[in-house]
Design a protein around this ligand. Structure first.
Ligand code: BGP
Length: 485
């Protein structure tokens, strides 16, 4: 007897800027993700990210002086191959497939008055293709894909004007795809804005802000995104009452490394800093702990009359999040020091193994965080990213990725426990069901897929798709509704 609801949404998740390619085709404008150049790991180091862009880099690129390579402009050519790739997802039995709409395909500069029909038609055809295979689309409105025009004109989301441009974009696609798209998300991993503001969603180039104001600028941009998310929620409920709209967090569960109360407090603060974002989206107000932190750290944001009411009246229908790892924190100096590199901060957890990129693998942490988040919000939850990035090898045309099967099996087992604990979990979308360009490293070699794509870190290869061992395993999992692992 399956532990999963009969209508549980099994599937996979991707992002336009990491799979599509076609970066300058059919009227698409430039986006921040088109500015992210590939920095080989020998230069940047294995664990660090190479995703932020500076004003100088943008100027160099736009003037043609920069000779870097831009893997996120090419992805895996999903733009032209989506029918075949969606057929492969259908072969696995996907119930749901998450994609983002590249905002700059619809409004090339972000502030254009009229949408680009070729962009609208591309996604119309894509959603039709999904439904042909019985797959429900889930659509992220912006997955680190702020149009570059908004960065150049307003310094991205730092400009309050961007709210109106986003709401016009949201209303355009809600109306166009009414009845075809039932699940919407506003901003991918909205919390990443505080870590990498230019590329991760906000399109804010911090070197255009004086140093003393940069921390406030991040939260000002976030305030505008929170408002935009609430206004988009209001718009969807008016346009398509049958559709659902959620927020999306990179969930980073923090453990205290020791029973020292100081460590417990540090873990609590780490979790509060992470759940701050879903607090605002789901409860509709800024939590006092964050207002205190801002006051003590000279962070100020400008609000306008009515802002608080907008946040309070239009909270999300469900809460989605990515889950890859957990973090351990301590006040006691450790020889391991910070293990996370640019993206994450924490110390080595002696009870967990790490991936080749240092992400600490913690399936039980998924059960813990599902219970915590459901207790905190009492709203439906949706796991919209989980997976293992790994170096896969092709041997005689096969890819034996038992390590990926082990990782996913362990996390699915813990999901079943959480559901038995009473958590209302709508679905599970594995991140990167087809190999794609890594967000934090722009590598292809950090592979997540059930389907191998013959492209390497230098962009060489045939682009051939090959089913891995995990492809057949996941097909069984879905067919048995999570029973046959
Ligand atoms: C999340 C992003 C995804 C995806 C994933 C894996 O932060 O929402 O875009 O990339 O991380 O990260 P990476 O590709 O860096 O391994």
């Amino acid at each position: 007897m399956s532990k999963f609801p009969k209508d549980f949404l099994w599937g996979g998740a991707t992002a336009a800027n990491q799979i599509e390619g076609g970066w300058d085709e059919d009227g698409k404008g430039l986006a921040g993700s088109d500015m992210v150049a590939y920095v080989p790991k020998e230069i940047r180091g294995l664990k660090s990210a190479a995703i932020d862009v500076s004003s100088d880099r943008i100027d160099e690129i736009l003037s043609g002086k920069f000779e870097g390579r831009f893997p996120k402009r090419h992805g895996i050519d999903f733009y032209h191959k989506y029918k075949d790739d969606i057929a492969l997802f259908g072969e696995m039995g996907f119930k749901c497939f998450r994609i983002s709409i590249h905002w700059a395909r619809i409004f090339p500069n972000g502030y254009d008055e009229q949408p680009n029909e070729a962009g609208l038609k591309y996604y119309d055809d894509m959603f039709d293709e999904m439904h042909k295979h019985g797959i429900e689309p889930m659509v992220t409105l912006s997955h680190y894909e702020t149009p570059l025009g908004l960065t150049q004109k307003y310094n991205g989301w730092l400009g309050r004007e961007v709210i109106a441009h986003f709401v016009r974009y949201a209303k355009t696609v809600f109306n166009r795809y009414k009845g075809k798209v039932k699940y919407w998300l506003t901003f991918n991993e909205i919390n990443m804005v505080t870590m990498h503001s230019a590329y991760c969603g906000a399109g804010v180039v911090l070197d255009r802000v004086e140093a003393s104001q940069q921390e406030s600028a991040k939260y000002q941009a976030l305030h505008h995104q929170f408002l935009a998310s609430s206004l988009a929620t209001k718009a969807l409920h008016e346009i398509d009452p049958n559709a659902k709209i959620g927020c999306m967090l990179a969930r980073l569960h923090h453990y205290a490394l020791t029973a020292d109360p100081a460590d417990q407090r540090q873990a609590q603060w780490g979790n509060q800093q992470n759940l701050f974002f879903t607090d605002v989206h789901a409860r509709g107000e800024y939590p006092k702990y964050m207002l205190r932190h801002w006051a003590e750290n000279n962070v100020q944001i400008q609000k306008e009359v009515g802002d608080d009411e907008i946040l309070k009246q239009h909270t999300v229908d469900y809460i989605s999040f990515s889950y890859y790892m957990s973090l351990a924190v301590t006040t006691h100096p450790q020889e391991d020091g910070d293990i996370g590199g640019n993206l994450l901060h924490g110390v080595k957890n002696p009870y967990l193994k790490a991936s080749d990129w240092g992400w600490q693998i913690d399936p039980v942490g998924l059960r813990i965080t599902l219970n915590d988040m459901y207790d905190r919000y009492q709203k439906p939850l949706f796991i919209v990213e989980n997976g293992l990035g790994a170096y896969d090898q092709v041997e005689n045309g096969k890819i034996h990725d038992s390590y990926r099967i082990d990782y996913l099996k362990a996390h699915i087992e813990q999901m079943a426990e959480a559901i038995a604990d009473g958590v209302d979990l709508w679905g599970y979308l594995e991140w990167g069901p087809i190999d794609l360009v890594s967000m934090s490293t722009s590598e292809m070699s950090k592979r997540y897929g059930f389907i191998y794509v013959d492209i390497d870190d230098d962009g060489n290869g045939t682009g051939e798709r090959i089913r891995k061992d995990s492809f057949y395993w996941y097909k069984k999992v879905i067919a048995s509704n999570g029973e046959d692992l």
